[in-house]
Write a new protein. Structure first.
Length: 396
C-alpha cells in the first residue's frame, strides 16, 4: 500500500474528520498507486491518520474511506458501510414505506463518490470518483444483500467523472429491466421514474418533504412552477387543491413525461394544469409584461455553480429569476425558491434573494428555511454535503 504524506499543518483537516485532501495538501506519494487504490495518509511527521482512495487526475487527490488508520478497506468494509447506511434510513419513521428513497448519500454516509437510490425493487447507483469506481462490485453486492432488491442499474454518466479521469458508465449491474414501467408513489401522487434517461438517478428524491409542504400551501391558489421537469411540484400543488397550476420547462420531453405523470393520477383535475415549453428566464419576463400574477411560485432551477469559483456567475442567474418571480408574486403570495448549487452557500443564497427583492421593490419575509429530505443527511464535518437550500418567503 502506498503512503500519502501531507505537508506540515495539513493534517488538521483530517483530524477534524474532513474527507477531502486537495492537491495542495499532498507533499509526496511513496510507493505505487493506481487511480482508486487505497493509500495510507500520514502527517509530515509520519503519524498515521486515515485510509483514503487515491485520485491522481483530480484536484481532490484523495478521499477518506476511514479515519481509523488500522481499518482494512476490503469487501467487508463496504458491506459494513452499506448495511449501516440502509439501517439508518430504516430507523427514521418519516422514511418508513417510501417507494423512492436515497440509501447512500456519498461522504455523509462515509462512502465518498457513492450515490444509491431505491425505487421499489430497483436500486440505481452513481459512482463519481475513482475510489468508488474501483469498488463497484463490492458496493453492488452489498446493496443487494442489504436491500433484497431484484436489480441494480448504474447511472455513472455525470460530468464530474471526467475530473477523475473516468469514462461514463451506464447499464445493468445486476438483473434486467422489469416489463412494467418503473413508478413510485410519493405523498399519494404516482410518478414514473426514468432511470435510463432521466436527471440524476431518475428522480429528485431530495425535494420530497418540500413537495409535501407545497401541497399544504396550495389550496385555492394560482401556482407557477418554474423548471418543472416531470412535474413533481406541479402534481403536489394539484393534490393540495390549487386553483390553477402553470408549469414551465424548456424541455419538451420533460413536459411530455410530466403530462404522462398527470395521467397516472386520475384523482387530480387535469383541467387545472397548464403547460408551457419555454426558456424560464424569457417566459418570466413575458409574463410580467402581460400583467400576470400568482399566489404561489416555485423556483427550482438546475445547478448554476458546481464550485465556489462559479458562484459569481450563478449569483447573477439566481438574482434574475428571483427578481422576476417577486414581480409576478401577488400581494401576500408565497415564493418557494431553491439553489442546488454546491458553490453557493445558504448565506450567499439568502443575500442574493434579498437583493432580488430589493430591486423588485418588494418586501418579503422568511417563513421557513427549506432543505433536503431526511434520507439526504449532512455530516457535521462535511458541510459541503448540504447542497440543497431553500427559502419559503411571503411577500407583502
Amino acid at each position: 500500500m502506498a503512503t500519502l504524506t501531507l505537508h506540515p499543518g495539513k493534517e488538521k483537516s483530517v483530524l477534524r474528520r474532513r474527507p477531502w485532501l486537495f492537491s495542495g495538501a499532498v507533499a509526496q506519494l511513496d510507493g505505487r498507486a493506481r487511480p482508486g487504490d487505497t493509500v495510507d495518509v500520514v502527517s509530515h511527521e509520519g503519524r498515521m491518520l486515515a485510509r483514503a482512495a487515491w485520485s491522481p487526475d483530480s484536484q481532490i487527490r484523495a478521499r477518506v474511506w476511514s479515519f481509523d488508520a488500522a481499518e482494512t478497506i476490503d469487501h467487508a468494509f463496504f458491506k459494513r458501510r452499506v448495511t449501516a447506511s440502509v439501517a439508518r434510513r430504516a430507523a427514521l419513521p418519516e422514511l418508513s414505506g417510501q417507494h423512492g428513497l436515497r440509501l447512500i448519500h456519498a461522504e455523509s454516509d462515509g462512502l465518498p463518490g457513492v450515490i444509491a437510490d431505491r425505487y421499489g425493487d430497483t436500486v440505481v447507483v452513481q459512482l463519481t470518483t475513482a475510489g468508488a469506481d474501483k469498488w463497484r462490485g463490492a458496493i453492488a453486492d452489498s446493496l443487494l444483500k442489504a436491500t433484497g432488491c431484484a436489480r441494480i442499474y448504474e447511472r455513472s454518466d455525470v460530468e464530474v467523472r471526467k475530473l477523475e479521469g473516468l469514462e461514463a458508465v451506464t447499464g445493468w449491474i445486476h438483473g434486467t429491466a422489469s416489463d412494467d414501467e418503473l413508478a413510485i408513489t410519493e405523498n399519494c401522487v404516482h410518478m414514473a421514474v426514468d432511470i435510463v434517461g432521466g436527471h440524476k438517478t431518475g428522480f429528485y428524491l431530495d425535494q420530497r418533504d418540500n413537495r409535501r409542504r407545497l401541497a399544504e400551501l396550495a389550496r385555492d391558489r394560482r401556482v407557477l412552477n418554474c423548471f418543472c421537469y416531470t412535474a413533481g411540484f406541479s402534481l403536489q400543488a394539484l393534490a393540495g387543491g390549487a386553483r390553477e397550476v402553470v408549469s414551465i420547462d424548456s424541455s419538451g420531453p420533460a413536459l411530455a413525461t410530466a403530462q404522462r405523470n398527470l395521467a397516472l393520477n386520475p384523482q387530480l383535475d387535469a383541467s387545472r394544469a397548464l403547460w408551457r415549453e419555454a426558456d424560464v428566464f424569457a417566459e418570466l419576463r413575458n409574463m410580467r409584461g402581460a400583467g400576470e400574477s400568482f399566489d404561489l411560485i416555485i423556483l427550482d432551477p438546475p445547478k448554476f455553480a458546481n464550485t465556489a469559483a462559479h458562484a459569481e456567475r450563478a449569483a447573477r442567474a439566481y438574482k434574475d429569476i428571483n427578481l422576476h418571480a417577486m414581480q409576478l408574486l401577488a400581494p401576500g403570495g408565497l415564493l418557494m425558491t431553491y439553489s442546488c448549487s454546491g458553490g453557493v452557500s445558504a448565506e450567499l443564497f439568502q443575500k442574493i434573494v434579498a437583493g432580488a427583492a430589493l430591486d423588485a421593490g418588494r418586501t418579503a419575509r422568511i417563513v421557513q428555511r427549506l432543505q433536503g429530505a431526511a434520507d439526504h443527511p449532512v455530516d457535521l464535518a462535511f458541510p459541503e454535503g448540504e447542497y440543497l437550500k431553500g427559502l419559503l418567503l411571503q411577500g407583502d
